[in-house]
Design a protein around this ligand. Structure first.
Ligand SMILES: Nc1ncnc2c1ncn2[C@@H]1O[C@H](COP(=O)(O)OP(=O)(O)OP(=O)(O)O)[C@@H](O)[C@H]1O
Ligand SMILES: [Mg+2]
Length: 420
């Protein structure tokens, strides 16, 4: 618990019901480290109060008369960047939640909140707010310069998201690239890793030409440090860091699964998100990736062979005891003309479809050829909107899984295969 004056957590409460405001205020009133600095009855008022009071944490209702909680979240994040927003919601608002996460919310709690739940969320978000504040000072030149990548900046271990399909050509690279771009922020730096070691095309699809690759880390595996990693990672114009596959397929032979494990473990210590494009073979390298993955994004297209492979993959994952809840299922290249709907695929595979990306050859090809991910080139295109939906689902699932992990006391799941 924090107890010094400058570690008091400043909280702003936003809800159009006076009664809810009062209840929340009461829940917080006996916490010595929490100070309610304002209570707003509308989105607009929340924005004005946030600018004035610079809260660490904002407790935000969704449905409000003028500016709703999502628009208010977006506006507050723009003006008071370090403020962490926790959405209060009722269960039926899943779609709103997704949009809120996209707007920049960090957490959500169902209504009515319990005191314990709210207080523990506030305390953990305050840690984030402090980190973001320090980072802001650094950017403004008033703080010490941190290493570009460094453990102390990111607190808990980063989340590894593996994008995989047993079938090639379904869009894993495009999805992994865009997810990494979407997750990569100053607060939550991401690294995109290409473990399709033989023919990986992450670097080329981002128009990155350096020869630095996975091999340069694998061959120095026992001496990894920030300088070495920094030197080998490529950087896209967006700021995203990339660990590329080797420039020539035969060089993949120089890399083994144990080295892949060590590199990924190292990156998890230094980045908030490690997004892995895992290629489409199920070998010991992919198993290592899955073993370390917090979430797997499984991709399929609306074609019978791809759906068949998705089914085989789900069967395999269950044999490997990879938790089903850690899988996000995405359909790419959706096209009404194919005659296969998402509902039919969901029914066939007995799973939910967490995101659909439409077929849009011109937009996707232009994006790849220019090396500019869709989320940067044009967020308004239907394909980019589909990817944003997947991004929302990924963030939401990570939050849910983290919360469940905390409740369950972080039970470590069994390793997919043991190290020899
Ligand atoms: N939504 C889409 N609409 C149209 N074309 C797409 C879409 N998504 C991907 N493509 C195209 O499909 C091809 C494969 O995409 P991508 O390289 O991302 O797939 P992959 O699963 O990584 O393939 P590989 O097995 O070769 O690594 C590319 O030519 C890409 O332009
Ligand atoms: Mg690929």
């Amino acid at each position: 618990m924090q107890d010094t004056a400058d570690e008091i957590i400043r909280v702003l409460i936003v809800d159009d019901h006076a009664e809810t405001l009062e209840n929340i205020r009461k829940l917080l009133q006996f916490e010595p480290d929490i100070e309610v600095v304002g209570a707003a009855r509308s989105g607009q008022e929340a924005l004005e109060m946030a600018r004035e009071t610079e809260p660490d944490v904002v407790i935000m209702d969704i449905n409000m008369p003028d500016m709703d909680g999502i628009a208010a979240t977006e506006a507050i994040k723009r003006d008071v960047r370090f403020a962490q927003i926790v959405i209060l919601s009722v269960q039926s608002e899943a779609d709103y939640l997704r949009r809120a996460m996209r707007a920049g919310a960090s957490d959500f709690i169902s209504k009515p909140p319990s005191g314990d739940e709210l207080i523990s969320a506030i305390r953990s978000l305050a840690v984030e707010a402090k980190r973001a504040k320090d980072e802001q000072k650094i950017l403004e030149g008033t703080g010490p310069l941190p290493p570009l990548i460094g453990r102390e900046r990111f607190g808990p271990e980063g989340k590894l998201i593996a994008v995989y399909s047993a079938k090639g050509g379904v869009g894993c690279t495009i999805i992994a690239t865009n997810l990494a771009v979407g997750l990569d922020t100053a607060d939550t730096p991401a690294v995109l890793v290409d473990t399709a070691l033989q023919f990986g095309d992450v670097a080329v699809s981002l128009n990155l030409q350096s020869k630095n690759s996975f091999v340069d880390l694998a061959t120095r595996i026992d001496e990894l440090d920030v300088e070495i990693v920094e030197e080998v990672l490529l950087q896209h114009d967006s700021g995203l860091r990339v660990l590329a596959a080797p420039p020539r397929p035969e060089m993949a032979d120089e890399i083994n699964a144990d080295q892949v494990r060590k590199v990924l473990e190292y990156l998890k210590q230094h980045f908030a998100y490690v997004v892995v494009d895992s290629g489409s073979t199920m070998d010991d390298i992919t198993l290592t990736v899955l073993d370390l993955a917090d979430l797997m994004v499984s991709v399929a297209t609306p074609e019978i062979p791809s759906i068949k492979d998705a089914r085989l993959l789900f069967d395999l994952l269950s044999v490997l005891e990879f938790p089903r809840e850690n899988t996000i299922f995405v359909l790419n290249k959706m096209d009404r003309r194919s005659g296969i709907t998402a509902a039919a695929i969901a029914e066939n595979l007995k799973c939910t479809v967490d995101g659909e990306i439409p077929f849009d050859e011109r937009t996707v090809t232009t994006s790849v050829n220019r090396g500019i991910p869709l989320l940067i080139a044009d967020k308004g295109q239907p394909a980019a909107k589909g990817i944003l939906e997947v991004l929302g689902a990924v963030k939401q699932r990570l939050v849910e899984r983290t919360e469940e992990g905390i409740e369950e006391g972080e039970v470590e799941r069994p390793r997919l295969f043991s190290r020899s």
